[in-house]
Design a protein around this ligand. Sequence first.
Ligand SMILES: [Zn+2]
Length: 261
Amino acid sequence: MTCGAQFAPSTTPPSRCDVCEDERQYVGWSGQQWGTLDELQRDHINEIREDLGLTGIGTKPSFAIGQRALLVRSPAGNLLWDCITLLDDATAASIRELGGVRAIAISHPHYYSSMVEWSRCFNAPIYLHAADRQWVMRPDDAIQFWSEDIKALWDGMTLIRAGGHFEGGTVLHLPAGAEGKGALLAGDIITPAQDRRWVSFMYSYPNYIPLPASEIDRIVAAVEPFDFDRIYGAWWDRNVASDAKAAVRRSAERYKRALGG
Ligand SMILES: [Zn+2]
């Protein structure tokens, strides 16, 4: 219930959750709690609405980490960027009306959520970076691991392995985003700060563990070859609307100054 990762079906709850027990996450203060998708469908719904020109899908009331996914509508097929735990019939019907899902790509393990349910519902493959293979709590044949630094999709979309928060931390470059100026869909690999003009980068957000300067340089270098004016973060409206590439550069410098390097 804390990280939202779905496990394979079992008659009794799993004994532990690797994602929660990792130092990037935490076990809830009342101890590990388990639930089922059926239960989640009973007391939560998904909201589907526009978020700065893209279609967002998020759960109400907020569940687990509280991220929203983004449905990137594209001529050769829609991409579901990141994922959420709740999938129900109403959500599936709404997304089918928007053209369905050709494939799912996820920035890092905190948003693997119930990706296998989504994959089966839309008959869509799931693209995950192979460096994070150990964090898949529900293995499935639909998962396609990629191990390069970039992976080209369709309509010019590109998955970029940036590292940082997770070894396989991935962002999506969308050349048609931001009215053709380009956008990055960044999960919390590159996180828009509260002022939405700067970004940050963390090893652990809940436990306040920063990244070393070498990882900051790695993230900046990974996105440098791409043109983008906008960054979409992991939560509703947490976006850098414009001038995002300069925001990444100056935020990286600020971060490294704070580290004292
Ligand atoms: Zn995370």
